[in-house]
Design a protein around this ligand. Structure first.
Ligand SMILES: *[C@@H]1O[C@H](CO)[C@@H](O)[C@H](O)[C@H]1NC(C)=O
Ligand SMILES: *[C@@H]1O[C@H](CO)[C@@H](O)[C@H](O)[C@H]1NC(C)=O
Ligand SMILES: *[C@@H]1O[C@H](CO)[C@@H](O)[C@H](O)[C@H]1NC(C)=O
Ligand SMILES: *[C@@H]1O[C@H](CO)[C@@H](O)[C@H](O)[C@H]1NC(C)=O
Length: 485
């Protein structure tokens, strides 16, 4: 089974060196015939390099110092990568690929997960459904572990020297690890790999030298799946309570608002749109901006919670209340996700959103949900019922002023005091609506996109991961801890 590039990870940096050797041989030979052959070989080498070793195209040492161009390229690379070199640990497979293999070889209770790993975690292509035609995938909301790893594999300033890196990425797919065991009652089983992981990290000289600072974990789910305080809860593993890992930075889809936001960083849920270039992104922005929004003022996509015996009951009452209000109103349209499988059919939800001005975002099992980002992606204005859904979460990716892009109503008013959501939304002045729409389409949409891992290297607009790295390199890690290196 191959999971896009990650499993077929290349060997060491043979690619660029080989190409440079060929170029040199060609320069020495110099004859027309030899040039033709060499041109072919160099082209082939380039091709092989791109196929097998994309992460090394810029990073690899170009040893041929006596070639002036090589020296210039090298100098330029060192300049560009100054302060932004990433070292990716070569973790034993038990911490990443073996987990995926268990899903794919039907050794877990959830073999259907396997299809979420293809295309480096983007999932199946969703061709010819929405413009731009090649940019859409059936991406699972919890696919960040794999997507991030693939991006780091192709990161131009990757380094294989743990002495000189500015950031240390640890590709433990802990989101998929806990997904395998979420409903396993035995705590020892849920924590087994976490404990081995702590042991492995403690044996790494670079981890010890930095006391865990500058080290990055990517947890492709919400904080509560990793934050079991041993005696209190029956849910999740205890990764985030391991004292040995206290100085690491973790990315996750929902953070615990009482923890330092530089340590637990909430990042956008992946959506289905993965552009490769600025033009693909612009095409979608244009479509979103020009969408007539003449379907219904308000939309709601989700599942009413008929079973109130489980989970966060208060949230369920709120959600059901909103379904009722929507059902009764002539300005609101709903989609019941149990019935159409919203996750596998993102185009159906997007079609509804494109025709609406507002989308209701009641919490699900926890305050955040992927629907918030589907909503932004369609240029629709989210309506929140708690600041925990977004305003206090995505500090690196959303504007500081929540009122500039969303509407916030009080959860208790709506749930218990008969607050009429539709009437309140009808009263929002068109000028404010226009301003919010513009902020969403021009500012937020490009910032919450996860680019396709094979993106155009000249793409200028910075996606979610570019912005994460920028933050980590500038303030998140640097200022505080530079004295350690
Ligand atoms: C996985 O295994 C179960 C039980 O052994 C079996 O019923 C099921 O058909 C298998 N599914 C796949 C996709 O192989
Ligand atoms: C975390 O960092 C602080 C200060 O930088 C240090 O005192 C502490 O020992 C570190 N913790 C671990 C587990 O290394
Ligand atoms: C919305 O407007 C578009 C173009 O102006 C039109 O084709 C479409 O039928 C309209 N839809 C509704 C539901 O009125
Ligand atoms: C909407 O209202 C109709 C008529 O009262 C009812 O039959 C239906 O179950 C309602 N749907 C939802 C999702 O509440």
């Amino acid at each position: 089974m191959s999971y896009g590039g990650v499993l077929g990870a290349p060997g060491p940096k043979s690619g660029p060196k080989v190409v440079w050797r060929w170029v040199l041989v060609c320069m020495v030979l110099g004859t027309a015939g030899a040039l033709a052959i060499c041109g072919f070989l160099a082209g082939l080498g380039n091709y092989v390099m791109r196929q097998q070793s994309p992460s090394r195209t810029i990073v690899a040492d170009i040893e041929d110092e006596f070639v002036p161009e090589a020296r210039a390229i090298r100098k330029e690379r060192i300049r560009l990568c100054q302060g932004r070199r990433v070292y990716t640990y070569n973790l034993p497979k038990q911490f990443n690929l073996d987990i995926l293999d268990r899903f794919c070889q039907n050794k877990t209770n959830y073999p259907e997960m396997c299809q979420k790993f293809i295309n480096s975690g983007l999932g199946f292509e969703l061709r010819h459904v929405m413009d731009p035609l090649e940019s859409w995938y059936r991406t699972d909301q919890f696919s960040l572990d794999l997507m991030f790893h693939e991006r780091m594999r192709k990161y131009p300033c990757a380094t294989d020297d743990p002495e000189i890196a500015d950031l240390y990425y640890v590709p433990y797919y802990v989101g998929w690890d806990i997904a395998e065991h979420l409903f396993t009652p035995q705590i020892q089983i849920r924590d087994q790999l976490v404990q081995r992981f702590v042991g492995w990290m403690m044996a790494q000289p670079s981890f010890n030298r930095l006391q865990g600072h500058k080290h990055l974990l990517v947890l492709g789910r919400i904080v509560w799946d990793f934050d079991r305080k041993v005696e209190l809860s029956n849910w999740g593993n205890s990764l985030l309570s391991a004292p040995e890992l206290e100085n690491m930075t973790s990315l996750m889809l929902e953070r615990n608002p009482s923890i330092d936001p530089e340590k637990q960083v909430a990042v956008p849920y992946p959506t289905s749109f993965h552009p490769r270039s600025d033009s693909e992104l612009k095409l979608w922005q244009k479509k979103v901006a020009s969408s007539p929004r003449n379907g219904s003022l308000v939309s709601l996509a989700g599942s009413p919670r008929r079973d109130k015996t489980k989970g966060s009951v208060m949230y369920y009452y709120l959600r059901d209340n909103l379904f009722e209000q929507c059902n009764k109103s002539e300005v609101c349209t709903f989609i019941i996700c149990d019935q159409i499988d919203c996750q596998s059919n993102p185009h159906l939800v997007t079609k509804l959103l494109l025709q609406s001005t507002f989308c209701l975002q009641p919490p699900g099992d926890s305050p955040t949900r992927k629907g918030i980002f589907d909503c932004f992606m369609a240029g629709t204005i989210p309506v929140f019922f708690t600041p925990l859904s977004a305003h206090q979460q995505y500090l690196w990716h959303l504007p500081q002023d929540g009122d500039s892009y969303s509407v916030l109503f009080d959860e208790v008013e709506v749930r218990d005091k008969g607050f009429d959501v539709m009437s309140a939304l009808k009263q929002i002045p068109p000028s404010r609506i226009k301003r919010m729409q513009r902020t969403i389409v021009e500012q937020i949409l490009p910032a919450i996109v996860y680019d396709h891992p094979d993106r155009d290297p000249n793409k200028k607009s910075r996606d979610v991961i570019d912005r994460i790295l920028e933050h980590l390199f500038t303030r998140g890690l640097h200022d505080q801890y530079d004295n350690l290196t």
